[in-house]
Design a binder for this molecule. Structure first.
Ligand code: HMG
Ligand code: MG
Length: 299
């Protein structure tokens, strides 16, 4: 059966905007996040405390995060790769952080300048200190299905790093199909294998990209398996600057259209969300790639 309710982890302001060629003004980002929250999204990933040279688009994290202080009851997770990033995030009062690992060596090297083992060692004190401070910790795992340089990624390799992230103390995992090559059978195989290795489904979220048009099919497969946390990006913004061919995240509007149709609760007001993505597309100077945004805004 399908779940009665799905928690959407909105990544547009981070995963979306980190990939824009032009820097979006801090005030526009703040308004975007406020509008996403007003549309009913309760988890809105805000920014990243990474090296500003690596992701210049999010170099204004120190200016942006305090602008969100009035958003009570909305979780505002931020990405943190290392202790330097953790200090910056905790210093501003962040209570939810996310580390981001890779199932493959090539992406770990390109995204974090570390091997997989070195990146886990880098995360260890981050997770430990975050947990000491009672912060919630998400562990992203990229390239769970395929890698642009290494090709298909063996399930056992993904399971190994997933377990390592949970062993560090991460509260939840987000399985990333960073380049959007997954198909539903592969999704179910990975989820089953994780369960067999002792990872319960309630600690797993899914993060799909729509490169091959499979993001919703993959999401449905995950829901059928019992997953209730789904990452999505308003208007389908985004990708990853360090992953060749990582185009559009699953659009939040496309996800909400499907979930509404299935009678699955999300708390999201689709009209308000679509209006937000239309507004953001105007700010960025190009139309949203989301089919649902296009359909609803041309009515
Ligand atoms: P590095 O060059 O190895 O850094 O980069 P380092 O540890 O050698 O430090 C060098 C200098 O950077 C030091 O300064 C540090 O203090 C400073 P110095 O002492 O030389 O003056 N530094 C920092 N400054 C500010 N904030 C920091 C920070 N860390 C070090 N946090 C590093 C290693 C991890 C920092 C770098 O590789 C990095 O920032 N990577 C982030 C890349 C990124 O954000 N990628 C996108 C997110 S992942 C993604 O999008 C996938 C996902 O969406 C899911 C999916 O779809 O798969 C999550
Ligand atoms: Mg993504």
């Amino acid at each position: 059966g399908l779940p009665a309710r799905v928690r959407i982890h909105e990544v547009g302001a981070r995963d979306g905007l980190q990939n824009e060629k032009t820097a979006v003004p801090t005030a526009v980002k703040a308004e975007f996040i406020h509008r996403l929250a007003a549309a009913g999204l309760t988890t809105v990933e805000a920014t990243s405390f990474v090296h500003p040279k690596w992701v210049p688009q999010l170099a204004d994290a120190e200016q942006l995060f305090p602008e969100l202080g009035d958003l009570t009851g909305v979780h505002l997770p931020v990405l943190v790769p290392n202790e330097r990033g953790l200090d910056r995030a905790l210093g501003l009062g962040a209570t939810r952080i996310a580390v981001f690992g890779s199932a493959t060596e090539t992406f770990a090297s390109r995204n974090l300048n570390r091997t997989v083992a070195e990146s886990l060692a880098m995360f260890e004190p981050v997770v430990a200190r975050a947990k000491e401070g009672r912060a919630h910790v998400r562990g992203y795992l990229s390239m769970c299905f395929g890698d642009p340089w290494e090709g298909p990624v063996p399930v056992h390799q993904v399971v190994r790093v997933a377990k390592a992230l949970l062993d560090l103390g991460c509260d939840e995992l987000s399985l990333g199909d960073t380049i959007g090559v997954a198909t539903p059978g592969h999704v179910q195989t990975l989820l089953s294998e994780l369960n067999e290795e002792g990872v319960p489904t309630d600690r797993i979220g899914v993060h799909f990209h729509d490169t091959y048009g499979q993001a919703l099919s993959n999401t449905l497969a995950a829901l059928q398996h019992g997953v209730t946390t789904v990452d999505a990006s308003a208007g389908g913004l985004g990708g990853c600057p360090y992953a060749k061919s990582a185009t559009g995240n699953l659009a939040t509007e496309d996800l909400v259209w499907m979930l509404d149709g299935l009678g699955i609760e999300t708390g999201v007001d689709l009209a308000a969300l679509t209006a937000t993505s239309v507004w953001m597309a105007e700010q960025l100077g190009r139309p949203s790639p989301s089919r649902t945004v296009r359909a609803l805004s041309h009515k």
